[in-house]
Design a protein around this ligand. Structure first.
Ligand SMILES: [Zn+2]
Length: 245
């Protein structure tokens, strides 16, 4: 005779385990709960975490929805949405989110990169420095303002210089953490240039640190990626010399 009670009990225990797992997943990170993590900028993945069906809605549908939700936030804050100055804000924010500051979430906006043959046989590093970008911290949704410096050593192919800039802008236009932004740009450079010999240095100011929270107005955050031939102190020194001059 099958042990029905035993099976049911087992099923319940399993369900409880799953519930507990989900609880752990949604309430904590590395053993810290979210209130303990507070303002620390932890992140869990090199890919921008996207949910299933992220692009099921059209951009127009997304704008409608965001406008409605943002109006609700403003309303909860107690703002008078019939005021002439505030009336258009929910739409304006929605349009800005989709078309500008978060447009890099949509893979259709990824810059198309054409490669050219390295006709001049230039075989030293090429550095594109001081690329200004504006991103947004994914933990506070306030701006990150910074400079990106990119470098690569051609594997036989070169890309237009403006494309380096466009790659930075594409990945910056997402809710971001600086470490991920750095790596995403590096991975993209490696893929399009067909080489591991790329470097990315980012120096950025996080408004969530300077305008609120600890209110440190002078600090900036530096992150770096050194791939392939850039993994040597002589190459890194050479690169830093170009950047600092
Ligand atoms: Zn932040």
């Amino acid at each position: 005779m099958p042990d029905i009670e035993g099976t049911a009990l087992k099923k319940e225990t399993m369900e409880n385990d799953i519930l507990e797992l989900n609880n752990i997943k949604s309430n904590s990170l590395n053993g810290f709960n979210f209130s303990e993590i507070g303002d620390d900028h932890l992140f869990t993945n090199m890919d921008t975490p996207m949910r299933e069906g992220a692009f099921d809605l059209s951009n127009e549908e997304k704008k409608d929805k965001i406008a409605g939700l943002f109006a609700e936030i403003m309303d909860v804050l107690g703002l008078d949405l019939t005021d002439d100055s505030l009336q258009g804000t929910p739409r304006r924010v929605a349009k800005m989110y989709i078309e500008e500051i978060f447009s890099g979430l949509d893979p259709r906006n990824k810059p198309k990169v054409a490669l050219f043959d390295n006709k001049y046989q230039y075989n030293q590093m090429l550095v594109e420095k001081n690329i200004t970008f504006y991103s947004n911290c994914e933990h506070h949704f306030v701006p990150i303002i910074g400079k990106a410096h990119l470098a690569y050593i051609s594997s036989g192919k070169v890309i237009g210089l403006s494309k380096l800039n466009r790659i930075v802008q594409y990945y910056a236009k997402r809710p971001q953490v600086q470490e991920r932004l750095t790596n995403q740009i590096a991975e993209e450079l490696k893929a399009v240039l067909e080489t591991d010999d790329v470097a990315v240095i980012i120096d950025a100011k996080h408004l969530c640190v300077s305008s609120r929270g600890v209110k440190d107005d002078t600090s900036s955050t530096v992150t770096a990626y050194y791939g392939g031939k850039f993994n040597s102190s002589s190459k890194i020194n050479e690169l830093l010399n170009y950047i600092n001059n």
